[in-house]
Design a protein around this ligand. Structure first.
Ligand code: SAM
Length: 514
């Protein structure tokens, strides 16, 4: 199998078949059409991504899965006569050309129609005819059609198109608001009787034309009475977007996430700290990514020094003498619970079977709260590698000693004295340590990464507690920026192969913070 065939096979398996498209003819058609030939030159490398892509004239080529789902829903047979409205790049028309007898695709933009036509002839689709025009009018002279696919969203299904279906014919079209629609299937069951079915939420560019929306894409230009134009309720939208999941312990559960296997960072978040079910689901996904795709970084929204103790355990490194017990700070239930414990034991066992240390998956905290444990960790590290530097560090961190156990009061003290009490000292200490990267890093690079990250954490935390005293968004932004930077340091340290399963809501917050 060539690389190209393999890429298409993977795209179809991971993005389409695993989402529930079963029709073998449709899956074969999706494997047969060279999708990269339908995207603009600069976007060829993204042609097999799981999403729509921009094409010429500000339009889009639909997501592979959506094309497959629409073609499957239209139940097209080998001899069928099919109309597509919204040819765009011509990609869906080419897929239709694989399963139908004859396809006519209409596109309102002349430039797109020309490009699509050229692609059809270059690729030899002589049963696909691309025409320029307003597809909301259909093609009365070519009707009736066995199937009509509309690849742009309107507020209702145009009556003109329904009337061009033969009895038994199927029409599939996104219907709803400009920003979100429901994929509707209309079947003409008798001369004047149509059955409607809703297939889930989608988002398409607007259907613009005499029986579609006006040129601005918002107002309806049609005078026809609403058919499938009912606005979706939130539960309907959720039901449309949801995918059924098997049990967490079923191997099929993890496999559903294969579609993210080639990402460098996979974010597993939710709106709250979550239930036991959420923790178990998250662990099952992470286990799958670590076990089958070699992810080596599990980054969590937890304090760095606490996670570092767990990291030593899971990667079979010696525990750090004098390290505090991890996760004793409020809210202890967040990481100190039986679901996380089970995951940690699994990670240790998984790593035991990997001889090459750098391939073992680690457990890292991105958060900044445990300043006192971080101070302890930096001092302990320097005591071992550079006792002279440890003395200086002790003095510098001494500035924070009175507040170590209750750093929230530090902000008030710093404020009442009118200056940033310990800022200079902790920044100097962080810089001093990083300047020694080459010397110290020659020994145990994991230990250096740990110490450097603790020193960065102390500098961030000093600022955080000062700013927190004023309240407002800035302290959250500082914390989120710190988490983002920690993630970047981890990725740098682990090299190009380090892939991350990042848990909790971290990135959601990071976006707000950056
Ligand atoms: N099926 C296309 C593909 O595979 O590339 C994607 C189509 S894109 C999502 C929708 C297309 O519908 C756009 O190219 C847009 O110009 C076109 N369109 C919108 N209203 C139309 C109309 N009334 N008649 C024909 N084409 C229309």
């Amino acid at each position: 199998m060539s690389d190209h065939e393999e890429t298409l096979r993977r795209m179809v398996d991971v993005q389409i078949a695993r989402r529930g498209v079963r029709d073998a003819a449709v899956l074969d058609a999706m494997r047969a059409v060279a999708r990269e030939r339908f995207v603009p030159e600069g976007l060829v490398e993204f042609a097999f991504e799981d999403g729509p892509l921009p094409i010429e004239v500000g339009q889009t080529i639909s997501q592979p899965y959506v094309v497959a789902a629409m073609v499957e829903a239209a139940e097209i047979g080998p001899g069928d006569h099919v109309l597509e409205v919204g040819a765009g790049s011509g990609y869906a028309a080419a897929v239709l050309g694989q399963v139908a007898g004859r396809v006519i695709a209409i596109e309102r933009h002349g430039e797109l129609a020309r490009l699509a036509r050229a692609r059809m002839s270059a690729l030899g689709y002589d049963n696909v005819d691309v025409r320029e025009g307003d597809g909301t009018l259909g093609l009365p002279e070519e009707a009736p059609f066995d199937a009509i696919l509309v690849a742009a969203g309107g507020s209702e299904v145009p009556e003109t198109l329904k009337q061009q279906l033969r009895i038994g014919g199927r029409l599939v079209m996104p219907v709803g608001e400009p920003d979100v629609q429901t994929l509707c299937k209309v079947t003409r069951v008798a001369e004047d009787r149509f059955e409607e079915e809703s297939l889930g939420a989608v988002t398409f560019v607007p259907l613009i034309g005499a029986h579609g929306r006006a040129e601005d894409g918002h107002r309806s230009a049609s005078n026809h009475s609403p058919g499938a134009s009912r606005k979706q309720t939130v539960p309907e939208m959720i039901a449309g977007a949801a995918e059924p999941l098997p049990d967490f312990d079923d191997p099929a559960f993890g496999r559903l996430f294969d579609r993210y296997a080639d990402r460098r960072v996979v974010l597993l978040g939710e709106a709250s700290h979550g239930t036991s079910e959420f923790y178990r689901a998250r662990a099952a996904i992470t286990r799958h990514l670590v076990e089958h795709y070699g992810f080596t970084i599990v980054a969590v929204e937890a304090d760095w020094p606490d996670a570092a103790t767990v990291d030593r355990y899971v990667r079979h490194r010696e525990p750090r003498a004098g390290a505090e017990k991890p996760f004793e700070r409020f809210p202890t239930w967040m990481w100190r619970n039986t679901d996380v414990q089970a995951f940690i034991h699994w990670l240790r066992e998984h790593n035991a079977g990997i001889a090459e240390r750098s391939r073992r998956a680690g457990f890292y905290g991105l958060d900044i709260y445990n300043m006192s444990a971080s101070i302890g960790a930096v001092l302990d590290y320097l005591d071992r590698v550079d006792p002279e530097a440890a003395k200086v560090a002790r003095e510098r961190y001494g500035c924070l000693t009175p507040w170590q156990k209750n750093p929230a009061t530090y902000g008030r003290a710093a404020l009442s004295r009118g200056y940033a009490e310990c800022e200079e000292a902790v920044i100097e200490q962080c810089q001093a340590l990083l300047r020694k990267r080459l010397d110290y890093g020659k020994g145990d690079s994991d230990a250096f990464l740990d110490a450097a990250q603790n020193a960065r954490l102390i500098a961030s935390a000093e600022r955080y507690y000062r700013i927190m005293y004023y309240g407002g968004a800035e302290s959250w932004n500082l914390r989120d920026t710190h988490m983002f930077e920690t993630l970047q340091h981890l990725l740098d340290a682990k090299g190009p192969d380090g892939a991350v399963s990042l848990t909790r809501t971290a990135l959601h917050k990071m976006h707000k913070g950056l």
